[in-house]
Design a protein around this ligand. Sequence first.
Ligand SMILES: C[S@@+](CC[C@H](N)C(=O)[O-])C[C@H]1O[C@@H](n2cnc3c(N)ncnc32)[C@H](O)[C@@H]1O
Length: 185
Amino acid sequence: MNHLDFLREGLRNIKTVGTITRSSQALCKKMTEPVNFDKARVIVEYGAGDGVITKHILNQMHKDARLLAFEVNQVFYPKLQEIKDERLDLVFESAEDISSILAHYNIDSVDCIISAIPFVNLTEELSFKILNNAKQVLKSNGLFIQMHYSLLERKMYKTIFGNLQINFEPLNIPPAFVFVCKKTN
Ligand SMILES: C[S@@+](CC[C@H](N)C(=O)[O-])C[C@H]1O[C@@H](n2cnc3c(N)ncnc32)[C@H](O)[C@@H]1O
């Protein structure tokens, strides 16, 4: 998908897409840096868009690992289907349904979740639901990694996970924060 098509989709669905530009290569790198790819065998991505972070994850993933990528946008989803990799399963459902989707794939728990969902545009109720459900399926010490364009939402992560590390990536339009939470209890 070219930049103009992404821009058009971002403008058409600004509430759910949350941006008009896909993540830069620098931001993709920063989003995947905290992941231990030697150990991770089940990775989940929320808000895969047209697959820019998806490809970064797949490039670093163990050959026996699998990636479940969630996306709800009907223009982006066919773009994800163009990625040919046996380790990738695409899910055309909202992230809040993670538990039933994992049950469908016979997966008990996941090593990490990498998310670009624009929580700032969601209701507080839905945001909490998605994050609580995510925490529930993470393994002990599993990571929840989330991009944000501001620090407005940081309290929500501390409330749910009890911890939050914030990294910053200036080389993105707009510059972005990468929130990293660990499931410790
Ligand atoms: C900021 S875009 C990120 C796209 C891409 N990952 C990137 O980094 O360029 C956010 C994406 O989250 C998707 N999204 C929004 N709400 C979602 C939900 N509840 N479940 C899954 N995906 C969702 C949107 O359709 C959009 O593609």
